[in-house]
Design a protein around this ligand. Structure first.
Ligand SMILES: NC(=O)c1ccc[n+]([C@@H]2O[C@H](COP(=O)([O-])OP(=O)(O)OC[C@H]3O[C@@H](n4cnc5c(N)ncnc54)[C@H](OP(=O)(O)O)[C@@H]3O)[C@@H](O)[C@H]2O)c1
Length: 371
């Protein structure tokens, strides 16, 4: 039997879990008892797997997007959403890299198959997007909220080909969780000289606290945003990297006034995501890169533009876990939790908050509550 499946009835070689599930885009989320196939009754896991008692998970836009696009033809009948988790290793395979009792966090998103939103998970750490030991003293709530957004933030800055020390970084959409971590990594890990961030006035305080030297309110007008950016460049020089977390492509036509040329290291990177942040009403075409993005990307590739454009997403990265640990130990990692919900009862509220893009930080599902 495929290890990717979840079962509705127990078998000799399965464990029982309580999980948040859905069947397709039209069915509501529901808490269900399901059964996960195991390697065998003695070891439970294969040498490369771990069984984890989940303490917290967090909801990401991708969880809402995958549900919107799901149908009855791909994946198991009852799909378990989720990627982000934090928990305790209960069984560890000999080649998994972990031992029983380890506290770990990560992103084990499995497209349309079996995600992290259940009280126990079995997965292969070496194949997960992210799997790391929780830094000493970090609460489960914070650890469970980290992987997807902070890893994507880290990867966005890793797209810069060189050392960001002393450079200028622009983060478009710093009010998003990805943008918030991008600001922190840029300032405190990569030691950029100036970090400029666009966000609403509501997110300005937390963004400044996270290390932004200048925040620009994108809600005022395109013109005032551009004027503020040009004013910055006049005083401090071009941006070396622009990280776009919200598909704010208005800057593309102004690259010559804002961005260092590619030959001098300049780069524009866009977080792969949707055009609309209304994840309840998302369509496939919202996910397709814009014509402006593609045209300018190809123009550079064909040698007709000076400004490289690349996409960023969550990726395995050996340096990421150490970067998180370093910032945490230095007391420079700010993790903003918007809200924490009982995973067994209040999951609909949690999804609603993320789907409507109204969260001001991470939305947590707590699995350590009584049902
Ligand atoms: N491909 C990947 O691997 C990957 C991984 C993670 C995330 N993503 C994508 O990255 C994007 C951000 O995800 P997230 O979880 O970080 O988002 P999030 O935390 O849910 O973002 C919410 C925030 O977005 C800001 N916002 C809303 N509309 C905006 C607009 N028009 N312009 C600028 N900011 C706006 C708001 O802050 P203000 O107060 O500033 O308005 C709001 O608080 C999503 O599209 C997601 O799908 C992709």
């Amino acid at each position: 039997m495929s290890k990717l499946l979840v079962l509705e009835t127990p078998t000799q070689e399965s464990i029982k879990v309580r999980a948040i599930t859905y069947q397709n885009y039209a069915t509501p989320f529901a808490l269900k008892t399901l059964y996960i196939p195991i390697a065998n009754k003695e070891s439970i896991v294969t040498p490369t797997e771990v069984l984890v008692k989940v303490m917290t998970t967090s909801v990401n836009p991708v969880d809402c997007i995958l549900k919107n696009f799901s149908n009855n033809y791909f994946g198991p009948k009852f799909k378990i959403p989720g990627g982000d988790f934090a928990g305790i290793v209960v069984k560890a395979g000999s080649e998994s890299g972990y031992k029983e009792g380890d506290k770990i966090y990560g992103d084990c998103l499995s497209l349309n198959k079996r995600g992290s939103f259940s009280d126990s998970i079995i997965f292969e750490p070496k194949k997960a997007f992210v799997c790391e030991k929780i830094p000493d003293g970090m609460p489960f709530e914070e650890a469970g909220s980290l992987a997807c957004v902070s890893n994507t933030a880290f990867e966005s800055l890793r797209k810069y080909n060189g050392n960001l020390y002393g450079k200028n970084v622009l983060v478009l959409g710093a009010g998003t969780s990805v943008g918030f971590f991008t600001v922190q990594f840029a300032k405190y890990y990569f030691n950029a000289k100036n970090v400029v961030a666009t966000c609403s006035s509501k997110s300005s305080f937390k963004t400044t606290k996270a290390g932004a030297d200048l925040t620009i309110d994108y809600t005022k007008s395109e013109v005032s945003k551009l004027e503020a950016l040009l004013e910055f460049v006049k005083i401090h020089g071009f941006f070396d990297i622009i990280v776009d977390c919200v598909r704010d492509e208005s800057v593309i036509s102004n690259f010559p006034n804002l961005l260092q040329k590619g030959k001098d290291g300049g780069i524009f990177t866009q977080i792969t995501g949707s055009y609309t942040l209304d994840y309840k009403n998302i369509h496939l075409y919202n996910m397709i890169p814009s014509w402006r993005y593609l045209y300018n990307k190809w123009k550079y590739q064909l040698g007709f533009s000076d400004y490289p454009i690349v996409a960023t997403w969550t990726e395995r990265d050996e340096e990421y876990g150490a970067a998180i640990e370093k910032l945490w130990k230095e007391n420079k990692l700010d993790i903003v939790i918007d809200s924490s919900y009982n995973a067994y009862k209040d999951f609909n509220e949690a999804f609603e908050k993320v789907a409507t893009c109204t969260a001001k930080g991470k939305v947590i599902l707590n699995w350590n509550n009584p049902e």
